[in-house]
Structure formats: structure tokens, C-alpha cells
Design a protein around this ligand. Structure first.
Ligand code: HEM
Length: 508
């Protein structure tokens, strides 16, 4: 046999082994799975919007099914009961995150979001104290100050009758919330959206975000093909690292042990200045996890108001009913009374979940889920946040903030009756997703659940309300050609719309 034939036979043999490995049953209770192909597994089933493909597959294979993403065994969860089981009840088994190549680019890239259990527990405890509802309230002034700066910038556009492209302004706003609250730093009001700190951060951010979920994370042997793009990616990640390092060094120089001025001071003090790299990486987590998600939500909010003028009008009428027609600024104290506006924001979270697949988890031991399915150790878990809010509501593709109001009313009216139903559900619900149809609070979890959910949830809720309410109060939003804006999603760290511009009309 010549060498070429030998290599061909060997290759076919390896394909066969891989095919068998990926399709063999591990137990009688494996989650269902489509047939996996050798090498790529089920990669061919994923589109450019993987959350949509995974949701389509959930229609066929159910709320818990398994896939091979390249070589990575993955279980996708679109069942709210199992979602809770994983994130809350069996939290310790599923607390860790997988460590794909893109995360390992910085050795020990384990600030908070990718830390393993022991380090995560320590850091999360410290960080959580800065993000409680009460603590966040002390930052109201700061959120309101940044909102005012944004509205003033927008007014410059409306006064000159110029079209406004929200992306960079909302990015600046979202970055400033995190920079000022956590690191006492700010991108100045008059600082350009294209130069200085903005340029220094947004270029590496955008480039780094492009790398998320790229194919060589799942097919190791393709790495050489991505050599140059990986080198660039590494450079961009280090650019953000060096930015944070400068802030860290400055804080260390000015540190007052008795009066820490922000979260960074607290982190330095509690680590006794000995864990510089970890603290810097925690700071990077906040910048990366907190800015893009908030910015995306605010952009979607503007887009949906423009595409739904009746909703915009109704929300504006509610708002002036609460704050009065002469009011020029909505404060965070008004949030309780703006139930329609809050419903719009919730509907934006549902229909265009900024983090549609959360951040993956990994099983730390062989285990059985509450529905009896077997999950082997080392399985990657994708929490299909988008899918739950899509598959388990009526008219999922329609933007209907009213559904939240109706839901709340229904809950209030039928409280007693519902308590009884819930009791009955408890006894039967283990098998049935249908019990959750239109149970919006249960199927829409944009920040995930359990002890490792989003640490920035309280901050994000206040910030997004502040921006959205004040944009609505000050401007009527329209598209520049009076047509609907394209609401196609662009998948990345967050789900963004394609970049668009707005015609702003200042309200009287
Ligand atoms: C619209 C806004 C936001 C959304 C939808 C969102 C969503 C999420 C989701 C789904 C997770 C994964 C949770 C899990 O694994 O169960 C997460 C984690 C995280 N988020 Fe957010 N997030 C938002 C804003 C923020 C903000 C403003 C910050 C910081 C200031 C932040 C910091 C983090 C961090 C550090 C983690 C990792 C937590 C951990 O591993 O313990 N997020 N977020």
C-alpha cells in the first residue's frame, strides 16, 4: 500500500471513530440530539445568528437537547424548569465556565466572569456588595449626570436639525457609567466620541468582540489558519489590559485605606495590593460585560420606539402624566410610576435579549437534571435566554409591551386562584413546558438566575431606565426616511441592531 492510500485510509478511520464517539449513547437518559457529523459535529446547523438556530432546534428536540459544536459537547437549555435547576438548585455543579481559546489568551484570564468556583466565590462576594440595590442608589446622581450629558449632546443635533447616530454616544454613556462608578474616571463631556479614551477603548472592544464564538474555539486544528487574527485579538485584549493597568497604578498611588473612593479601591484593599492581575481582569470584565449590553439595549429601545409610533406616543403620554409637562428631566425616583415604559424595556429584553445565550457554564461532575436527563462531566451548557422568551410566549415576534401590563393585571386579579394553580403546577410541572406559556417573569430572564447571574443587573436596570425615559421625554424619535428601521440582529458579545440614524425632534 502506498503512503497516500495509507493516509487516506487513516483519515477515513479517524472520521469513523469521531462519528461513533459523537453519536454514541452514554446512558438511557441522554438528551435528544440530531445526528452529529465527524469533525464539525453540528456546526453546520448554526447560522450567523446561533441563538435563532438553537431556538429552531429546540422546537424539534425540546427544551433540553445536546449538540457537538465542533468538538465541544454542549447541552442547550430552553426549558425554564431545567434553567432554574441548573442556575439555582444545582448551582454548584454548574457554577464554572468553559475556558475556550479566546478566553485563555491572557494566562489565568480569570477576573470574575471566567473565574473558577473558589476564586469566583471570593471575588463575587466583594463585588456584589458594591452592586446591591441600596448601594446602587447612592450612584443615582452619577447616572443622572451622565444622562444629562447625553441628552445635551443629542439636543445639539436636534437644534441644528442634523441626523443623530446613537451608537457612539450610547457607547460613551455606557462606558462612563462603569468608568465613573467603579474607577472614578470619566470620558469628558466635551471629549470626542472618535478620539482619546473612546478611540482607545472602542477599537480594541469592537475587534475583540468579533472574535467571540469563532470557529477555532471549537475546532482546535484550525488554529494555524487563524494565526494572524489571533495575534491581533491578543494585542487588542492587551490594549484594554494596559488601559486598566494605568487606572490600577493611579489608584494604588492615591489609595486612602480608610476611605476607599470606589470599587477598585475596595478590591485593592481587600487583596492587600497583592493580586494586581486579578483586580485588573475584574475591571476588564465590567468594561466588557457592562458597556456593550447596556448600549445594545438602549439602541434597540430607540429602534422599537421609531418602528412603533403608537407605542412611543403612549409611553410619552404616560411619562408626562407622571412627571408633568414642564418637567425637563426624569429622575430615577419616577421608575415606580412608569409601568408602561418599564414594560417597553422588558419587551426589548425579551424580543432582543442582549445576551441571548448568557455566558456558557460547564458541568463539574456527572449529574442528572430535574427532568431525569443525564449530563456527563465537562459538558458545556448554553442557557438559551432568547429561546425561552421566544418559544414560550404567544406572538413571540411581535413587539407588544402591553403583554407585560396584561400579565401583571392578570396576576393581581387572580392572585388567590393562581396560588392554587401554582400549587397544582408544582406537582405536575416537572414534565411540561406548557405550564409556562406566557408566564413572562419565568420565561424572560435577561440577566439569568441564581448566585452566578449578572452582577450588574441593578445598575443596568436603573441606567437603562434613566436614558430611555429622558430620551422619550425630550425627543420625538423618527427614522430619517420615515420608513421602518431594519431590525435585523448582528450577533456578537451582545445582540446589536445594524447601525442606524435618527431624526430627533425636540419636544416643547
Ligand atoms: C442590559 C444589560 C445586561 C445584561 C442583559 C446582562 C446579562 C448577563 C448575563 C446573561 C450574564 C450571565 C449570567 C450567568 O451565567 O448565569 C451576565 C454576567 C455578568 N455580567 Fe451582565 N448583563 C448586563 C449588564 C451588566 C453590567 C452593567 C455589568 C457591570 C457593571 C455586568 C457585569 C457582568 C459580570 C461581571 C458577569 C459575570 C458574573 C459572574 O460570572 O459572576 N453586566 N450578564
Amino acid at each position: 500500500m502506498d503512503y497516500i492510500s495509507l493516509v487516506v485510509y487513516l483519515f477515513i478511520f479517524l472520521l469513523l471513530i469521531d462519528f461513533i464517539r459523537k453519536n454514541r449513547k452514554l446512558s438511557k437518559n441522554d438528551p435528544p440530539s440530531p445526528l452529529a457529523l465527524p469533525i464539525i459535529g453540528h456546526l453546520h446547523k448554526l447560522s450567523l445568528n446561533p441563538h435563532r438556530s438553537l431556538t429552531e432546534l429546540a422546537k424539534i428536540y425540546g427544551g433540553v437537547y445536546s449538540l457537538y459544536i465542533g468538538d465541544v459537547k454542549t447541552v442547550v437549555i430552553t426549558d425554564p424548569i431545567v434553567f432554574r435547576d441548573i442556575t439555582v438548585k444545582q448551582f454548584k455543579t454548574f457554577v464554572n465556565r468553559p475556558q475556550p481559546k479566546s478566553i485563555r489568551v491572557i494566562p489565568k484570564f480569570k477576573g470574575l466572569a471566567f473565574a473558577d468556583y473558589e476564586q469566583w466565590q471570593k471575588t463575587r462576594k466583594l463585588v456584589s456588595s458594591a452592586f446591591t440595590k441600596t448601594k446602587i442608589k447612592t450612584f443615582n446622581d452619577l447616572i443622572e449626570k451622565q444622562t444629562k450629558n447625553l441628552i445635551e449632546s443629542m439636543k445639539e443635533f436636534s437644534n441644528k436639525n442634523e441626523i443623530f447616530s446613537p451608537r457612539k454616544y450610547l457607547t460613551k454613556f455606557s462606558l462612563n457609567i462603569i468608568l465613573s462608578m467603579l474607577f472614578s474616571k470619566e470620558i469628558g463631556k466635551n471629549e470626542s466620541i472618535n478620539k482619546g479614551t473612546m478611540e482607545r477603548l472602542t477599537i480594541p472592544f469592537n475587534e475583540a468582540f468579533k472574535k467571540v464564538g469563532k470557529v477555532d474555539d471549537f475546532l482546535w486544528f484550525l488554529s494555524p489558519l487563524f494565526y494572524f487574527s489571533n495575534k491581533q485579538y491578543r494585542k487588542h485584549i492587551y490594549d484594554i489590559y494596559y488601559f486598566m493597568e494605568e487606572i490600577y497604578d493611579q489608584h494604588l498611588r492615591d489609595l486612602d485605606y480608610d476611605e476607599p473612593k470606589d470599587l477598585l479601591d475596595q478590591l485593592i484593599i481587600s487583596s492587600e495590593g497583592k493580586e494586581k492581575e486579578t483586580v485588573i481582569l475584574v475591571g476588564m470584565d465590567f468594561l466588557l460585560a457592562g458597556s456593550d449590553t447596556q448600549k445594545a439595549t438602549q439602541e434597540w429601545f430607540c429602534l422599537y420606539l421609531i418602528n412603533n409610533p403608537i407605542v412611543q406616543k403612549k409611553a410619552y403620554e404616560e411619562l408626562i402624566g407622571v412627571v408633568g409637562k414642564d418637567c425637563k428631566f426624569v429622575t430615577l425616583n419616577h421608575i415606580e410610576n412608569c409601568s408602561y415604559l418599564v414594560s417597553i424595556i422588558k419587551e426589548v429584553f425579551r424580543i432582543r435579549s442582549p445576551g441571548p445565550l448568557g455566558i456558557p457554564r460547564i458541568s463539574m461532575a456527572d449529574t442528572y437534571l430535574c427532568n431525569g436527563m443525564f449530563i456527563p462531566k465537562g459538558t458545556q451548557i448554553l442557557l438559551n435566554i432568547f429561546g425561552m422568551g421566544n418559544l414560550l410566549v404567544s406572538d413571540p415576534d411581535q413587539f407588544k409591551p402591553e403583554r407585560w401590563i396584561n400579565y401583571k393585571n392578570q396576576q393581581q386579579q387572580q392572585q388567590q386562584q393562581q396560588q392554587q394553580q401554582q400549587h397544582q403546577q408544582k406537582n405536575t410541572s416537572e414534565n411540561s413546558n406548557l405550564d409556562y406559556i406566557d408566564d413572562l417573569d419565568k420565561v424572560s430572564n435577561p440577566f439569568s438566575l441564581g448566585p452566578r447571574n449578572c452582577v450588574g443587573m441593578n445598575l443596568a436596570n436603573l441606567t437603562i431606565f434613566s436614558v430611555c425615559s429622558n430620551i422619550l421625554l425630550n425627543f420625538e424619535l423618527n427614522s430619517i426616511n420615515n420608513e421602518k428601521i431594519d431590525d435585523t440582529e448582528v450577533f456578537g458579545v451582545s445582540i446589536n441592531p445594524k447601525e442606524f440614524s435618527i431624526k430627533l425632534s425636540l419636544r416643547n
